[in-house]
Design a protein around this ligand. Structure first.
Ligand code: ADP
Ligand code: MG
Length: 355
């Protein structure tokens, strides 16, 4: 028994925080349902803590019904049940909860805002702290850090909402894109996930509509060079000082790219674990994943995503500090392929958070 497994024995109530305000609300519901249904740790009770799409902390009864699928959506009257947000938080964050496992994806959950709030309560929680979460969520901040440490990434341009002039145009943008990035290129909001707001632009006439669409989700966006290659990922677990890396996995979207539909609805998307790679490439990817985790001072868990070109060049795409967390999600599957089962994985994460 390791030190932190011993600590897990001393706690009894673990809050599972899910739902939330982001566009990835539904994805979060799936992650939390999977942990609740599949992971049974003797002596530990899961306390479901649901947050509505409007940011209300729902009652324990409704949270339980949502997580057990007794209901699949939040009844409207429940949204109005609480006088104030603070009151609803207070009702739910009773001192009985000894540890929180936030399974919120995207803005207001994965981006450091919730982590900052949890840090102020003093309740330990699973995953990265405020700064690491915020930097990992914002692709432009993360790129800056990785760039500084010479980690290979797609070339890019950063635009802010201020760059958009009257009539929604940006002077000279088309030329800059053609010269610096070439076509096709990718347009993405700086901080979102699940491929929301992302376009692959193949013809210059499609550039501005894609730019305007991305600006609907964020006031900073990235325009990125297209990297043709395989999509390879790795799971990391531990603390920033001391982490373990899983065997890599591969995603074959069978779509133009790994878009929202391919992520959550397409039966044609293939998730391959472990990925078929030479030993040398596998080791390089694993060591880059660990480096990325460490460079951002991540803790707990993260999934690190790469592109691997035909010439075996490895490009870092992004790091997700609260990746999809169902038993069938890549994060858990890559650990299974490395000999760590889902329930054991959850137990390890709780232990790390308590350490
Ligand atoms: N520069 C790129 N070159 C090739 N494909 C890309 C590039 N950027 C994104 N993609 C495709 O779009 C998907 C989503 O982009 P990503 O940056 O991972 O955003 P998200 O945070 O929404 O997952 C990727 O999984 C990949 O399929
Ligand atoms: Mg991604």
């Amino acid at each position: 028994m390791t030190a932190n497994e011993g600590q897990v024995k001393d706690i009894h109530k673990v809050g599972l925080l899910f739902g939330g305000r982001s566009a990835e609300h539904e994805v979060s519901l799936m992650s939390a349902r999977s942990v609740f249904a599949e992971v049974d740790i003797p002596g530990i009770d899961w306390v479901p803590l649901a947050i509505s799409q409007n940011g209300k902390w729902l009652s324990p009864e409704i949270s339980r019904k949502l997580i057990t699928t007794e209901i699949d959506r939040i009844p409207e009257e429940e949204e109005n049940n609480y006088g104030s947000i603070l009151e609803s938080i207070k009702k739910n964050l009773s001192e009985e909860i000894e540890l929180i496992f936030p399974l919120l994806h995207g803005p207001y959950g994965e981006d450091g805002t919730m982590q900052g709030f949890l840090q102020t309560t003093g309740i330990p929680f699973v995953g990265s702290k405020t700064a690491a979460s915020a930097v990992a969520m914002d692709k432009s901040f993360a790129k800056n850090i990785f760039e500084r440490h010479n980690i290979k990434q797609a070339d890019y341009l950063l635009l802010t909402a201020q760059d958009i002039k009257d009539k929604g145009e940006i002077a000279g943008l088309e030329n800059r894109v053609v010269e610096k990035l070439g076509l096709p290129c990718f347009i993405k909001p700086a901080s979102l996930g699940s491929s929301i707001g992302i376009s692959k632009v193949k013809e210059i006439k499609d550039l501005m509509p894609a730019v305007r669409m991305a600006f609907e989700y964020d006031n900073r966006i990235l325009l990125e060079e297209f990297i043709p290659g395989r999509e390879i990922e790795c799971s990391v677990l531990g603390t920033w000082k001391n982490s373990e890396v899983s065997r890599p996995g591969e995603i074959i979207p069978e779509h133009e790219f790994y878009d929202y539909e391919a992520k959550y609805f397409s039966s044609r998307t293939k998730l391959i674990t472990p990925a078929e790679l030479s030993l040398e490439t596998e080791e390089k990817i694993k060591s880059l994943a660990r480096r990325a985790f460490r460079l951002l001072y991540c803790d707990g868990l993260a999934r690190v995503d790469f592109f691997l070109t035909e010439g075996e060049e490895i490009y870092l795409n992004e790091i997700n500090t609260i990746p999809g967390f169902t038993e069938k999600s890549m994060y858990a599957r890559m650990w299974q392929a490395s000999g760590l089962e889902y329930a054991e994985l959850v137990k390890k994460l709780l232990g790390i958070a308590l350490d």
